[in-house]
Write a protein that binds this ligand. Structure first.
Ligand code: PGA
Length: 266
């Protein structure tokens, strides 16, 4: 870390957000069973306290939307294209997601960056489209282990965040949720420490303040993601600048994900 950033303003006014990223998991029957299990395991009080979102694969969004109707659990997609329509084989647009009932979308996930050539620039264009269509974007940023070991965490996160925001804001104003997801912590069973997550989350908020102004930065949700489970989520959400979690593996079990939501503290 090159320098330390003081914690931002009190977190009490930011409602915690927990999003389950199912990745490429969930055939139709499994997806509906998972949502039904989650609804059975979560109480109304949990959903009042914590904003809960599930992000299934595109193929089951319609099915999951029907199962979630009127429940208070939000629906998100795992990606969105920047154009509304056109010759973009394999892509899915904002209007398509809105029509299916999505209110959230993950943008710039490190697996998209690692395996599918996503860049800061394309993440920014997708971010702009999400804002344009009224979807709440969850923009993912985070360093590799090598970048952390060589002291470049803040530089990498700042570049990812500034580029995406600059590209997006050229076409559409708005405030994304930002998920700090160190690449080395994703799916590894080796989460960051609460203190490390807080340090980067506060830094992210300072960059947001610089680009968007202090008020919008104070209202933005900054999440942590990477090997979050029921038994460690409070280490993160107990931090002043960490307003929730983006959860992969642990969101695939209804009981596990519900237990995790119940452990979220502020
Ligand atoms: P994980 O994934 O919880 O399985 O580490 C997090 C993510 O990729 O968003």
């Amino acid at each position: 870390m090159s320098h330390t950033v003081a914690p931002g303003p009190g977190p009490a006014h930011r409602r915690p957000l927990v999003a389950g990223n199912w990745k490429m998991n969930g055939l139709r029957g499994e997806a509906v069973a998972l949502v039904k299990g989650l609804l059975a395991a979560l109480g109304a009080g949990d959903l009042e306290r914590v904003e809960v979102v599930v992000c299934p694969p595109f193929t089951v969004l319609g099915e999951v939307a029907r199962a979630l109707e009127g429940t208070g659990i939000g629906l998100g997609a795992q990606n969105v294209h920047w154009a509304d329509r056109g010759a973009f084989t394999g892509e899915v647009s904002g209007p398509m997601l809105v029509e299916l009932g999505c209110s959230y979308v993950i943008v710039g996930h490190s697996e998209r960056r690692q395996f599918f050539g996503e860049t800061d620039e394309t993440a920014g264009r997708r971010l702009g489209a999400a804002l344009r269509h009224g979807l709440t974007p969850i923009l993912c940023v985070g360093e590799t282990w090598e970048e952390r070991e060589t002291g470049r965490t803040q530089a990498v996160v700042e570049r990812q965040l500034r580029t995406a925001l600059e590209v997006a804001l050229r076409e559409e104003p708005g405030v994304p949720a930002v998920a700090y997801e160190p690449v080395w912590a994703i799916g590894s069973g080796r989460p960051a420490s609460g203190a490390d997550a807080q340090e980067v989350a506060a830094f992210i908020r300072s960059v947001l303040a610089d680009v968007l102004g202090p008020e919008r930065a104070a209202a933005a949700r900054v999440l942590y993601g990477g090997s979050v489970k029921a038994d460690n989520v409070a280490d993160f959400t107990g931090q002043p600048d960490v307003d929730g979690a983006l959860v992969g593996g642990a969101s695939l079990s209804a009981e596990g994900f519900a237990a995790l939501v119940r452990q979220v503290c502020r």
